[in-house]
Write a protein that binds this ligand. Structure first.
Ligand code: SF4
Length: 553
C-alpha cells in the first residue's frame, strides 16, 4: 500500500505544504524550506481565514489533524476528514477556482493535486488503511474535484519527495519559473525578484510590478535618555521620563531604533523577536551599536556569499560597479545642484573637472586597491565641492572648511556624520533582512567598528539619502546653529532637538518615492535599499547584472 522510503534521522520529514510549494515552483520550495524565508501575503492570509472559518464550522467536519508519517517521511495537517463507504476521505479546501481541462471540466491545479495525494498517503501511513480517493473543494465556484490515489498518484508523490530531498542538499537556488503568471500570486516575489530577472534578460519587456513600493511597517525611534520600553498586550509601551507614555501595536511596526541610553525589557525584546520587529541600538552620536533580528535558515545564503566574496574576480567586478555608481552619483548631484547658477558652477568647476577623468580611470581599474585609491581621490574632490553648495543665506557657523569624521569638529560635519549613522542603520537593517552576512564585504576591508558589507552598500545611498536632503534643508534655513548643536572644544554633535530634526529629515527621505531608472517602476528609498541588497545577492546566485545600476537623473 505504501511503497515509499523509510524516514531516517538525516532526512527529516517533508512538510506536505512544502510539497505543494514544490509543485507550484521549485524555487519557492527552496526559498521557504531550505532558506526558511516565509512571507504571508494577502492570498496567504485569506487562505488562513478560510481554514479558521472551517475549523469554527462544526458541519464542515473539519479536524485539523496534525500527522507524522514515520514510514513515508511526511508531516502535515489535514484540514478535513470524513468517512465514506468505510474508508477515510480527506478533503483540502481552497479559496480560488479549479483548473479546467480542454473540455472545460474542473480539475485540480497540479500543486493542489499533489497536496491531497500527500495527505491521503500520509493518512494511510498513520492509520494503516488504504485510501482510494482525496478531494479538493474550490470555494470560489463551489466545486469539488476528486483525485484518485492510484499508481500514477503514488509515483508522482514519490518523485516529488525525492526532488525535495535533493533540493535540501543543494546550496544553489533553482532558477525562476518559466511561467510568469505563477509569480503574480507568489508571496515570495518581493524576495525572489523574478520580474527583475526577466527584465534583465529582455530589457524591452516591461516588468510587472511585484516588489512592494513602501515599507510594511513604521520605524519607532526612541530618543530621550532614560526612556523605558516595555510591553502592554500586543503593543510596545514607550515611557519617556518627562512625557506621557505611548503605545505602538507591534503589527504596525517594522523596526525599533534605540538612540542613546534607554532601557528595553526582556519581555519587549521577546515580543519583537516573535513579531519579526527588528531592534537596533545607536549611540547618542548616531553610530550603530548592535542589532537584533531573527536570523533562521541563512546557512545556504551565507555559504554562497562566502564562496563569492572570497573570489577576487567577483570582488573586483562588484567593486567596479559600486565605485562607478558612487562617483557618478557625486558628479551628477554636483552638476544638478549648480545647474542654472553660474556662480555656484564656477565655485565647484575645479572639482567637476577632477571627477570626470577619475570616472574613466575607474572604468579601467584592474585591482581593488587601485579602485579604493580612485574612490578616495573622488571623495576629496566631492567634499570640497559639497561644502560650496551652501547658499549665502546659510549662517557662517554652519559652513565648513574641511571634512572631519571622528569626532566632527564643526556643525556641518556633525550633521553629515549623524545622517550617515542613520543611513548605516537603515542599510544594516536591509542587509540583515536579506539574510546576508554584514561582516563580509567586497570593497571595504574588515574593521572592528563597522560591518564592511554595510559600508559597501552605503556607498550607493550617501548622496541621494543624506547629502541631498541635508544640503537642501540647510539652504532652506531649517537649522539653528545654537539650538540644534552642542559644541565643546573637542567636538561638535547634535543636541536632542537637532537629532529629532535629523531623524525627521532622514525618515521623510526614506519614504519619498522615486522611479528606478532601470527597472522602470516607482518605489520608496527605504525599499530601494532593500532592493539593492537583494540585487547584490543575485550577483552570485546566477542572476547578475542589476546591482548598482540605478543612477540619479
Ligand atoms: S516569485 Fe515566481 S519564480 Fe519566485 S518563487 Fe515565486 S513562483 Fe517561483
Amino acid at each position: 500500500m505504501i511503497p515509499l522510503p523509510v524516514m531516517d534521522s538525516h532526512r527529516p520529514p517533508v512538510r506536505v505544504m512544502a510539497l505543494h510549494a514544490l509543485a507550484y515552483c521549485a524555487r519557492l520550495f527552496y526559498l521557504e524550506e531550505v532558506e526558511e524565508i516565509r512571507v504571508a501575503n494577502a492570498q496567504v492570509f485569506a487562505g488562513r481565514q478560510l481554514h479558521a472559518a472551517l475549523e469554527a464550522d462544526e458541519d464542515a467536519e473539519s479536524v485539523s489533524l496534525d500527522l507524522t508519517g514515520e514510514t513515508i517521511g511526511l508531516i502535515g495537517k489535514v484540514d478535513c476528514l470524513r468517512r465514506r463507504d468505510g474508508s477515510f476521505l480527506p478533503y483540502e479546501h481552497k479559496r480560488g477556482r479549479p483548473a479546467r481541462d480542454p473540455n472545460n471540466v474542473a480539475e485540480p491545479w497540479p500543486a493542489d493535486r499533489l497536496q491531497i495525494i500527500a495527505y491521503s498517503v500520509l493518512l494511510e501511513d498513520v492509520f494503516g488503511e488504504p485510501i482510494p480517493e482525496g478531494r479538493v473543494r474550490y470555494h470560489a465556484e463551489n466545486v469539488t474535484v476528486r483525485v484518485p490515489i492510484d499508481a500514477q498518484a503514488r509515483a508522482d508523490l514519490q518523485a516529488a519527495i525525492a526532488m525535495a530531498h535533493q533540493l535540501r542538499q543543494s546550496v544553489d537556488r533553482p532558477p525562476i519559473t518559466e511561467n510568469a503568471r505563477l509569480c503574480e500570486k507568489c508571496s515570495l516575489a518581493p524576495v525572489c525578484l523574478p520580474e527583475e530577472v526577466r527584465h534583465d534578460r529582455e530589457p524591452e519587456r516591461d516588468p510587472v510590478r511585484l516588489f512592494p513600493p513602501d515599507r510594511d511597517g513604521a520605524t519607532l525611534h526612541v530618543l530621550g535618555q532614560g526612556t523605558y520600553i516595555g510591553v502592554r498586550g500586543d503593543s510596545i509601551l514607550v515611557k519617556p521620563r518627562d512625557e506621557p507614555e505611548s503605545k505602538h501595536p507591534t503589527q504596525d511596526l517594522d523596526t525599533i531604533l534605540m538612540h542613546g541610553f534607554n532601557q528595553i525589557t526582556t519581555q519587549a525584546i521577546r515580543k519583537c523577536v516573535e513579531q519579526g520587529v527588528g531592534v537596533h541600538w545607536l549611540s547618542v552620536s548616531g553610530h550603530h551599536t548592535a542589532s537584533l533580528v531573527p536570523t533562521a535558515g541563512q546557512v545556504q545564503r551565507r555559504i554562497r556569499q562566502y564562496q563569492a566574496l572570497t573570489d577576487e574576480d567577483t570582488c573586483l567586478r562588484l567593486t567596479q560597479q559600486l565605485v562607478t555608481a558612487k562617483v557618478e552619483a557625486q558628479y551628477r548631484y554636483l552638476m544638478r545642484a549648480s545647474r542654472g547658477d553660474e556662480e555656484a558652477r564656477s565655485e565647484i568647476q575645479t572639482s567637476l573637472n577632477s571627477l570626470q577623468p577619475l570616472l574613466s580611470q575607474i572604468a579601467q581599474g584592474t585591482s581593488r586597491e587601485t579602485l579604493r585609491g580612485l574612490e578616495g581621490a573622488s571623495a576629496v574632490h566631492y567634499f570640497a565641492a559639497l561644502r560650496k553648495l551652501l547658499g549665502p543665506q546659510v549662517p557662517e557657523t554652519l559652513h565648513s572648511a574641511i571634512r572631519t569624521r571622528r569626532p566632527p569638529l564643526d556643525r556641518f560635519n556633525a550633521l553629515l556624520g549623524y545622517g550617515y549613522g542613520l543611513l548605516h542603520t537603515a542599510v544594516t537593517r536591509a542587509i540583515l533582512a536579506s539574510g546576508l552576512e554584514p561582516a563580509l564585504g567586497f570593497f571595504h576591508t574588515p574593521r572592528s567598528a563597522a560591518y564592511p558589507l554595510v559600508l559597501d552598500l552605503m556607498e550607493l545611498f550617501r548622496v541621494p539619502l543624506w547629502d541631498m536632503p541635508m544640503i537642501g534643508s540647510l539652504n532652506r534655513g531649517q537649522w539653528d546653529p545654537q539650538e540644534d548643536f552642542e559644541v565643546t572644544r573637542a567636538k561638535v554633535w547634535l543636541s536632542e532637538p537637532g537629532r529629532r530634526k535629523a531623524i525627521g529629515l532622514f525618515e521623510g527621505r526614506l519614504q519619498e518615492s522615486w522611479k528606478h531608472p532601470v527597472l522602470n517602476y516607482s518605489l520608496s528609498y527605504a525599499r530601494t535599499i532593500e532592493l539593492e541588497a537583494r540585487l547584490l545577492e543575485k550577483e552570485w546566485t546566477g542572476e547578475p547584472g542589476l546591482f548598482a545600476q540605478s543612477r540619479l537623473r
